[in-house]
Design a protein around this ligand. Structure first.
Ligand SMILES: [Fe+2]
Length: 216
């Protein structure tokens, strides 16, 4: 077993408890979350995995969730899955579940295999902020795409926008500032920095799409 059994039991109980999984109103309200997960659940799962071992990453996640919430009107009925994905997008950094060392894939696999999260949420986490580019540079591109289909359109743009306009400490920043911090932190030639340079046009396109949707 890759993850402690107590953790699996705890989350299984938490995810299927309460009002149950067949409530038609909650199914309608959060179709893309399979009706059993909601934003409060996502926040608590992220807090449990990140707050103590990675407090800075936890503060970043709080900021990304707030930003996602602030732009959630652009995704219509997918607002809940957007905000959940913002809370959970970096859980793959948690030492409790890091396996490959590529956090989008580790996080998405944990959500799929341990938590039983909805497919769309897993796919968003797997591909957040142009993760396919870094996956390719790590030799994990085919693996990622085979397990999690990319999400196209404004939903994935909104998650990228939220992540790329939030500093590592959770403060709102411009995309240029965010990218400059990443480049400085990793340094020229580092796989992460080079992948983000490659991703930059797509990130900027996502920002334009979200700002246009907000203005429209
Ligand atoms: Fe992030």
């Amino acid at each position: 077993m890759r993850w402690p059994s107590w953790r699996v039991r705890a989350w299984s109980k938490r995810c299927t408890g309460g009002a149950g999984s067949s409530d038609s109103a909650s199914d309608r309200a959060s179709t893309s979350l399979n009706g059993v997960h909601d934003v409060a659940w996502a926040r608590e799962l992220a807090r449990e995995l990140l707050e103590e071992p990675l407090p800075r990453r936890w503060r970043h996640s709080i900021g990304v969730a707030a930003k996602a919430e602030s732009v959630s009107s652009v995704v219509g009925q997918d607002a809940d899955v957007l905000v959940c994905s913002a809370w959970l997008h970096d859980i793959g950094y948690s030492p409790d579940l890091a396996v490959t060392g590529f956090h989008p894939l580790d996080g998405a696999r944990y959500l799929r295999d341990v938590v039983g999260a909805g497919e769309l949420l897993c796919r968003l986490v797997a591909h957040h902020s142009c993760a396919c580019i870094e996956a390719g540079n790590r030799g994990l591109g085919e693996e990622l795409a085979a397990e999690f289909a990319p999400v196209e359109g404004i939903l994935t743009d909104a998650l990228t926008f939220a992540d790329m306009t939030t500093s590592p400490d959770g403060a709102p920043v411009e995309v240029d500032t965010r990218l400059a911090e990443i480049f400085a932190r990793y340094g020229d030639g580092h796989l992460v920095a080079e992948s983000m340079k490659e991703a930059r046009p797509r990130i900027e396109q996502a920002e334009r799409a979200v700002r246009a949707a907000l203005a429209g």
